[in-house]
Design a binder for this molecule. Structure first.
Ligand code: ATP
Ligand code: MG
Length: 309
């Protein structure tokens, strides 16, 4: 039985009152995530990732289609589906009146976590320690910084030890150190058998963590495969260099420019030579030239720009 199953899920939001047209946020999305997978859901802003997660969480209704969590339908069998899930939402939502520990205890009670209060408190302490919140346990939620509030959301999602963990951009606005501890912790939970569904715009994280990936574009799945297969099936070489002059127009289509850093994809050594020739003939002087393997960001851009994967 899949951990999560999306079957022909579509979602249309009504347009804002009056003028605008309805928004087709999801268009016939189908895929399964198996128990124990570390699965990544990628896509540009507005692709439909949060909409899909909201439907999974029972916060939004699919216009058509069906979603199950460990066999429980998220509509017909909502309580069982919701109990199987730990969801870290993209938006920071919290109750300003409670301390961190109170918020976690309430959440744990809400899910009817065991009456064994001592075991619960021990787990809450472990979560606080792993998420770098131990010294904030009695702080009021209002007194936390943005990144700390996000850590509390992560702890809240895990407090009832859900078998399926869903993280919607958990590392947005989170510092480097916590990002690393968070991933170590989530990877450990995954090794212990928890299924993980992650959305992130940090593609190095997705590449490092996720065994399988789906890419959404305008509500449709445009790629779904093992991470290694997605990486292998693309232009495999990448030239990176720094340059002050503008890039020759003939290279623009296959390049990515960030400030003075230029990255150009090449399919083989011959194409690398051609690119260097074009640069030389245009009188360009690339600095710090490196030739490396294409990464997930390159694959992602190639797929999103409609090039064959
Ligand atoms: N409550 C809503 N009412 C109307 N339209 C919505 C609503 N929520 C999302 N949308 C629209 O649905 C589409 C998908 O949005 P969604 O939040 O699912 O994207 P996302 O992939 O999570 O993006 P991001 O990477 O920015 O978080 C967008 O066009 C968005 O404007
Ligand atoms: Mg989102």
């Amino acid at each position: 039985m899949p951990a999560i199953s999306f079957q022909n899920v579509s979602k249309t939001y009504p347009g804002a009152r009056g003028a605008s047209r309805p928004v087709r946020a999801l268009d016939d999305v189908s895929f399964d995530i198996q128990p124990g997978e570390f699965f990544g859901l990628l896509g540009p802003n507005g692709a439909g990732k949060t909409t899909l997660i909201s439907i999974l969480a029972g916060l939004a209704r699919a216009s058509t289609g069906r979603v199950t969590v460990l066999g429980h339908d998220v509509v017909d069998d909502y309580p069982a589906a919701r109990r199987s899930l730990g969801i870290v939402p993209q938006e920071l939502v919290f109750d300003p009146f409670f301390s961190v520990r109170e918020a976690l205890r309430i959440q744990s009670g809400y899910f009817g976590a065991r009456s064994d209060k001592r075991a619960n408190d021990a787990w809450i302490d472990e979560l606080l320690a792993h998420l770098g919140l131990a010294d904030k346990a009695d702080a009021n939620m209002r007194q936390l910084s943005g990144g700390m509030k996000r850590r509390v959301l992560v702890a809240q999602a895990l407090v009832h030890r859900p078998p399926v963990i869903v993280l919607d951009e958990p590392t947005a606005g989170v510092d480097v150190e916590l990002r690393q501890t968070l991933w170590q912790f989530v990877a450990r939970l995954n090794r212990e058998g928890h299924t993980v569904l992650l959305t992130t715009h940090y593609l190095e994280e997705a590449e490092a963590l996720c065994g399988r990936l789906a890419m959404l574009k305008q509500g449709r799945i445009v790629a779904l495969d093992r991470t290694s297969a997605l990486l292998a099936g693309t232009a495999s070489t990448m030239l990176r260099f720094k340059m002050d002059a503008p890039l020759p127009a003939s290279l623009a289509a296959q390049s990515r420019v960030t400030g003075r850093i230029v990255q150009i994809t090449a399919h083989d050594a011959h194409e690398v030579e051609t690119i260097l020739g074009v640069l030389r003939n245009a009188g360009c002087h690339p600095e710090d030239l490196e030739i490396g393997r294409a990464d997930l960001e390159d694959v992602f851009l190639e797929i999103m720009n409609g090039a064959p994967a």
